[in-house]
Design a binder for this molecule. Structure first.
Ligand SMILES: N[C@@H](CCC(=O)N[C@@H](CS)C(=O)NCC(=O)O)C(=O)O
Length: 203
């Protein structure tokens, strides 16, 4: 399978997850602005919407959306990266990925366009409210997003929460997030992902 990625982007959650289950994959670096893959193809032929991650399976099918790709990867090794259980347990994973994708990830979105003045303030207000929730969620004695075991939700949360640093947003007053990030950063798979995407010094 092939994972189309951009260094440090949300696609790194899929890379970490693939490393966690020891699933071999080809990693295709993609320029998400120019919509070109490193071997010169038009990336929109892979994902017409032009964003990463995209996971191309050996049979040629292409999966997009973190909320689909991450559970797919978890399903390759049942019980490893998503808790096994009843409908409620399954719904809780989707709840986590839904929040991370449409609330936390997208609350960071405006900062990539370097907003100024009122636009920055508005973006900051929204982001802070999502971070307040994360701080509280992680303070409920949870070592990982879904409880006591690392899951694909942690891979995604780690990548997104790490973007704060680039935008001068500190977690000094959010000790639960700071400890959580440090715990996840220590994982061998995360170190390897950072290294392989050329981010270790910056991390
Ligand atoms: N809805 C998509 C969003 C993915 C996304 O925002 N990808 C970013 C990188 S983190 C991207 O490739 N942006 C380029 C673009 O939107 O043109 C998902 O959840 O997978």
């Amino acid at each position: 399978m092939k994972l189309y990625y951009s260094p440090g982007a949300c696609s790194m959650a899929s890379r970490i997850s693939l490393y966690e289950i020891g699933q071999p994959a080809e990693f295709v670096r993609t320029d998400i602005r120019a919509k070109r893959t490193e071997d010169g193809r038009d990336f929109r032929e892979v994902n017409p919407l032009g964003y990463v991650p995209a996971l191309e399976l050996d049979g040629g099918e292409v999966l997009t959306e973190n909320g689909a790709i991450l559970p797919y990867i978890a399903g390759l090794k049942p019980g490893s990266l998503a808790p096994r259980g009843d409908a409620l347990t399954e719904a809780q994973l989707h709840q986590a990925l839904g929040f991370l994708g449409s609330e936390l990830h997208k609350a960071f979105g405006p900062f990539f366009a370097n907003p100024q003045g009122e636009a920055r303030e508005a973006a900051m207000t929204k982001l802070q409210s999502r971070l307040d929730f994360v701080e509280q969620h992680l303070g409920d004695g949870r070592e990982y997003w879904l409880g006591g075991k690392f899951s694909v939700a942690d891979a995604y949360a780690f990548v997104v929460l790490s973007w704060a640093d680039h935008f001068g947003i500190s977690y000094d007053d959010r000790p639960n997030i700071a400890r959580y990030l440090e715990r996840i950063r220590q994982r061998e798979t995360v170190q390897r992902a950072l290294q392989d995407e050329g981010l270790l010094q910056a991390a």
